[in-house]
Ligand binder design. Structure first.
Ligand code: FES
Length: 88
């Protein structure tokens, strides 16, 4: 039986679907793009401290609330976004 699917990883995703990007939190299946979009949408006041932004992120997406192995990267992403906001 012939198949139309390819095992070639370079094949583009189907049109109309946005790629989620790399998964940062495997426990909760949260991607880099989801975290980035959430942090970008936080009000400026949230960027005064990293902790409120991290708390809001964990409450909304649950990332970093299980094993915690993704927390260093999540903290890095939050800090990076904060620096970008302050520089703007
Ligand atoms: S990988 Fe994020 S909590 Fe486990």
């Amino acid at each position: 039986m012939a198949t139309t699917q390819s095992s070639d990883p370079t094949v583009a995703p189907p049109a109309g679907f946005a790629t989620r990007g790399r998964i940062v939190c495997n426990c909760w299946n949260v991607s880099q793009s989801e975290i980035g979009e959430f942090v970008a949408a936080l009000p400026d006041v949230e960027h005064g401290l990293d902790r409120p932004a991290l708390d809001a992120l964990q409450a909304a997406l649950k990332c970093g609330t299980e094993c915690g192995s993704c927390l260093p990267e999540i903290r890095r992403m939050v800090s990076e976004r904060k620096r970008e906001r302050l520089a703007a």
